[in-house]
Design a protein around this ligand. Structure first.
Ligand code: KIV
Ligand code: ZN
Length: 447
């Protein structure tokens, strides 16, 4: 960690904003379990719920506060006395409580949802923060729909809540409408134009309706925000919130562009993601950055060849750095001979180049018909072409492995090595067409 770089506070709202998304609700035990994992992950703030919303949410905030003493525990409240009192009650046993008060400030919300004037909103925001401060020294205020709020009015509200005692002012892009340059500019203007801004933490809370939540959060950080609100797996209302794992790893991998650090122990990212997936039963999209099942999987022959020679060719971070056990080479129709040959060796069969060609020819025909060629398919092909004639004698398997491992430590780790004792033959299509692969064979030779 670079001590010269600025520290970014990671405010995790998986248990509140994330939980609000369809299909993601969690019971008290599940929230407490995930909170313990978020603690291991090293988040600074856990927003545990919205106590006025339900008895379950109230109990969840209490349970999370009891389960994890280290992080700040935040509870959400509308800018209303009863909400704030309920939040304060739920946080009573928290060692580091935070009341998070929000009130919409955009004209769209004021006119159509709240039906109050700007002046009323300003007073309500200020009075609510003042009330919250009577319960707790740590009070965050969020002007909901800030990015569609008249900036001059937004600055006035922020000034008022800072004067009333807010310690963090969070700028929500509630409907995922802003873009990085604009959001960065807004944060810069807040820092320059809002009286008292230098004495509080400025925070970003971005939704992903245009797929820009992470980019907007990073733009905010570059402009001076020192807290980001985010969720595991990017879950959240509609298209979700900014994804915690993406923000953390962007800052870590591109430290040259983002001279900041977080307290996140990144090797817990994948286990945390998996736990959330297990609890909510909402699958992570396979190509999700950092923690999707394809994030460290390679099928294209050229990529596999590069990976076998040096991982830096196609990976910008190690899977272990985010808690993924290892990269995977997937044998499919885009794979090349290099990966195939390695896998054959690992399965206990060694072929010379021309023999491997024969296996490869059959392999691409099969791969054209099935999505993934698993070990038992490959063993079927080998058996069909050569029976057991090319089996490395049992005593030599270990020696061959050691040689291969020494020669290619990367390759050893890319395929999980399991030597099956028996296998079922793959059934090849009755009348396979191989024409598609003549070009591919030339292209991939040596690959
Ligand atoms: O998106 C939003 O505006 C919110 C606030 C309550 C912070 O979630
Ligand atoms: Zn939100």
């Amino acid at each position: 960690m670079d001590n010269a770089s600025a520290r970014i506070t990671i405010f995790d709202t998986t248990l509140r904003d994330g939980e609000q998304s369809p299909g993601c609700s969690m019971n008290v035990q599940e929230k407490a379990r995930l909170a313990r994992q978020l603690d291991r992950l090293g988040v600074d703030v856990i927003e545990a719920g919205f106590p006025i919303a339900s008895d379950g949410d109230f109990a969840a905030v209490q349970a999370v506060a009891a389960a994890v003493p280290r992080p700040v525990i935040a509870a959400l409240a509308r800018a209303a006395r009863h909400d704030i009192e309920r939040a304060a009650q739920a946080l009573q046993s928290a060692i580091r409580p935070r009341i998070h008060v929000f009130l919409a400030t955009s004209d769209i919300h004021l006119q159509h949802k709240l039906r109050i004037s700007r002046q009323q909103a300003l007073e309500q925001a200020r009075d609510s923060v003042r009330l919250a401060r009577t319960f707790c020294n740590d009070v965050e205020f969020s002007p909901e729909d800030a990015t569609r709020t008249d900036p001059e009015f937004l600055f006035q509200v922020l000034e008022a809540v800072i004067e009333a005692g807010a310690t963090t002012v969070n700028i929500p892009d509630t409907v995922g409408y802003t873009v990085p340059a604009e959001f960065g500019e807004l944060i810069r203007n807040i820092r320059q134009r809002v009286r008292g801004a230098e004495g509080v933490v400025i925070s970003a809370h971005c939704h992903n309706d245009l797929g820009l939540a992470v980019a907007n959060s990073l733009a905010a950080v570059a402009a001076g925000a020192r807290q980001v609100e985010c969720t595991i797996n990017g879950i959240g209302e509609r298209a979700g919130n900014a994804s915690l794992e993406e923000i953390v790893m962007a800052v870590r991998v591109r430290a040259d562009q983002y001279p900041y650090h977080t307290g996140i122990a990144s090797e817990h990212l994948y286990p945390t993601s998996q736990m959330l997936e297990e609890i909510t039963e909402i699958p992570v999209q396979p190509n999700k950055a950092i923690i999707g099942r394809n994030a460290f999987a390679h099928e294209a022959g050229i990529h596999q060849d590069g990976m076998l020679k040096n991982r830096l060719t196609y990976e910008i971070m190690t899977p272990q750095s985010v808690g993924v056990p290892d990269s995977k080479l997937v044998l499919g129709k885009h794979s090349g001979r290099h990966a195939l040959s390695l896998r054959c060796d690992q399965l206990g069969y060694h072929f010379e180049r021309r023999e491997l060609d024969e296996i490869y020819r059959k392999f691409v025909i099969l791969a054209d018909h099935i999505k993934h060629v698993h070990d038992h398919h490959l063993l079927g092909l080998i058996h069909e072409a050569y029976g057991e004639t090319h089996r490395i004698p049992p005593g030599r398997v270990e020696a061959e492995r050691a040689v291969a491992a020494a020669a290619n430590a990367e390759g050893r780790r890319l395929f999980p090595v399991v030597l099956p004792t028996d296998f079922s033959a793959a059934s090849l299509p009755a009348n396979p067409s191989s024409e598609h692969h003549s070009d591919q064979e030339d292209y991939l030779w040596g690959v």
